[in-house]
Design a protein around this ligand. Sequence first.
Ligand SMILES: *[C@@H]1O[C@H](CO)[C@@H](O)[C@H](O)[C@H]1NC(C)=O
Ligand SMILES: *[C@@H]1O[C@H](CO)[C@@H](O)[C@H](O)[C@H]1NC(C)=O
Ligand SMILES: *[C@@H]1O[C@H](CO)[C@@H](O)[C@H](O)[C@H]1NC(C)=O
Ligand SMILES: *[C@@H]1O[C@H](CO)[C@@H](O)[C@H](O)[C@H]1NC(C)=O
Length: 337
Amino acid sequence: MKVQTSSPCLLLLLGSLALVTLTLCGPAASARPETGSLDASATAAMELQELDRVMSLPGQPAYSPEFRQYSGYVTTDEYLGKALFYWFLEATDKPDEKPLVLWLNGGPGCSSIGFGQAQELGPFLVKKDVAELELNPYAWNQVANLLFLDSPAGVGFSYTNTSFGKDPPGDNSTAYGSYTFLIRWFQRFPQHKMKEFYIAGESYAGHYVPQLANVIVDQNKIAPKENYINLKGIMIGNAYMDGDTDLLGIVDSAWHHALISDKLYSDFQKFCNFSLVDLSKECNAAIDQFNALYSIIDIYSLYTPRCELGYPNFNSSFAAQIGRTSSRVSNLDFSNS
Ligand SMILES: *[C@@H]1O[C@H](CO)[C@@H](O)[C@H](O)[C@H]1NC(C)=O
Ligand SMILES: *[C@@H]1O[C@H](CO)[C@@H](O)[C@H](O)[C@H]1NC(C)=O
Ligand SMILES: *[C@@H]1O[C@H](CO)[C@@H](O)[C@H](O)[C@H]1NC(C)=O
Ligand SMILES: *[C@@H]1O[C@H](CO)[C@@H](O)[C@H](O)[C@H]1NC(C)=O
């Protein structure tokens, strides 16, 4: 379904669309390493992590709360020359007692730093028009230690020295690349290893998040105990998982929020089978009505005024124009972000 989504990296505000949370069962307790004091190699690692320490950022507000931040690369594949870029922001208060949350934007191809950190849940939002940062009053690092990862290689500041032709990107290699990142990041930041670990993300991270969780759960069973990852749960907002069922969910959600009439809702039920490549004429008519509605309401934030979503000159006529460039009524258009 084509709604007025414009950029390949749309945002969302949790709550306007499906929010999926689940708690994963930990593996057998025997696989768990003891929470002991840090050994000598861990102390060496902490010296390494100090090299990634960011003391301040250009344009950072002088009144920033005190919390440590780190940023840098972790090589995930020496042979192919892949390195993933991260930005880690400790919790503002009692970071040792807070969980660790990995945040992944979707796309595929969206930077978790450019979107999640800088425009959504990170502490430092980028100001409009001036090269300055401002504090986000809703920053998630008030309640958790936040790890933003640009993934896979090729996204944001993450890179590969091997052409995509020789090493095509894909969900599986993304999941394993992120897993390797985590193992090596925990080697650099061993003091965070036994924290409760959560993976959160949005949109196409509806693939990244559960697939990475799956790799972690599988690897935890066979990995040496120092590589055990203390995964506790996952959370996905606006999950893109499967186009056919996601679209039904979008319509359902609109109806439950009283945004569409009973009549339009029943038209969708009657005329639309989103598994089909060619939708019926009646279904397309229902989609047109649906689109018209969301040209005046921000689908990602139903209860706030429409805003520019961080894009220059974003407006409904611009969005509609982009919408028309799609040749097919594609159910992929919600995969963005
Ligand atoms: C990629 O290539 C550059 C230039 O040769 C090199 O400096 C860098 O270390 C390589 N990256 C990785 C992850 O191997
Ligand atoms: C996924 O990637 C891993 C690591 O590269 C590899 O061992 C595995 O065979 C791949 N699985 C599939 C289904 O391609
Ligand atoms: C929707 O279309 C798919 C693919 O042709 C078909 O398998 C399915 O039975 C259809 N569903 C309904 C409810 O008609
Ligand atoms: C809408 O956005 C487009 C593209 O940025 C711009 O050319 C146009 O002037 C804008 N229209 C209005 C009414 O602001």
